[in-house]
Design a protein around this ligand. Structure first.
Ligand code: PEP
Ligand code: MG
Length: 323
């Protein structure tokens, strides 16, 4: 395929004092893999799988999904590919999935809630395909669950993974167990982060939803766009707490919301302790260029100032003083 002709030019970067920061790409279609490779992504930090299920009459079967995930893994032979399980509901309706009308869809049946409820069959098929793909593709597979709010949800999801692995084992089908993680995108997940970290291999912060739920400001409503801001001190403190929970539990934590791709925030995010930043491929070169100039000690001082800020304006002032 054409994709394989693209020169691999991933140069991993570290801060001026030697902390490696993984700079990864968010991908929402197979076509975007090429751009991710071309822009020098170290990895895929968020592979959204909704595209597989949209614009069709019936869901993709297991084999079709295996092929898709293997293609993503083969595009990053030296890297990790974090595949997010189907994240529908809220703003992402799908024709063949039965969904009740809800007054508050963003507070309703979204993400993992659907996968553990009405979409359980789709979820099991997706997990089977992922475990099979992990045994075939070149890169290292990681799987993450969206919109987690409780430890119980994680335990149920992990049970599904265990059951699927058991089935594949007894059927004699090759599979590999991926790293398993969750998106941190609800305040609830932040507050129980210590318990989540005990059960998982990694976190990835979804700042688009985390800002929405922390600030009670829709990500789609222009009237509250100013409130929906991941640089608000309330959101920064939530991020700080999630990082602390991850690192206290000895797991890695990345960020895959839009915030991660803002080159003006690279130093702040490193200061907050993120191990990985995942973004639209186009912003990767700018973010990598910034990473190498960062001193982690200065970045931590900046983060501490920002975390003490009472207002967004104070956060902005700290950021502009710094440059
Ligand atoms: C997020 O919520 O920040 C995120 C990365 O997921 P999505 O934008 O797909 O909801
Ligand atoms: Mg989200």
């Amino acid at each position: 395929s054409e994709r394989r002709d693209v020169e691999i030019r991933s140069d991993r970067v570290e801060t001026a004092d030697g902390k490696e920061i993984e700079v990864a790409a968010n991908v929402g279609t197979l076509a975007e893999l090429e751009g991710a490779v071309a822009q020098g992504a170290d990895a895929i930090g968020l592979f959204r799988t909704e595209f597989l299920f949209l614009d069709r009459e019936a869901p993709p079967d297991e084999d079709e999904q295996v092929d898709t995930y293997v293609e993503a893994l083969d595009a990053f032979p030296e890297g990790r590919v974090v595949v997010r399980t189907l994240d529908v509901g809220g703003d992402k309706p799908i024709p063949y999935i039965e969904a009740d009308e809800e007054d508050n869809p963003f507070l309703g049946m979204r993400g993992i809630r659907r996968s553990l409820g009405p979409d359980a069959e789709l979820f099991e098929t997706q997990i089977r395909a992922l475990l099979r793909a992990g045994a075939v593709g070149d890169g290292d597979l990681a799987v993450m669950f969206p919109l987690v709010a409780t430890v119980g949800e994680v335990e149920q999801a992990l049970d599904v993974v265990e059951d699927v692995a058991g089935d594949l084992e007894s059927e004699g089908v090759d599979y590999a167990m991926p790293e398993l993680g969750v998106m941190i995108e609800t305040p609830a997940a932040v507050f129980v982060g210590d318990a989540l970290a005990e059960r998982l291999d990694f976190f990835s912060i979804g700042t688009n939803d985390l800002a929405q739920y922390v600030m009670a400001a829709s990500r789609q409503n222009e009237h509250v766009a100013d409130l929906h801001d991941p640089s608000d001190p309330a959101v920064l403190r939530a991020i700080d707490r999630a990082v602390e929970a991850a690192h206290d539990g000895d797991i890695w934590i990345g960020m895959c919301g839009e915030m991660a791709g803002d080159p003006d925030l690279t130093e702040l995010l490193i200061g907050l302790g993120l191990d990985e930043l995942s973004m639209s491929a186009v912003t990767i070169p700018d973010v990598k260029a910034n990473v190498v100039d960062v001193s982690t000690a200065d970045a931590r001082t900046l983060a501490e100032t920002a975390l003490r800020a009472a207002t967004k304006d104070e956060v902005r002032a700290a950021l502009s003083e710094d440059t």
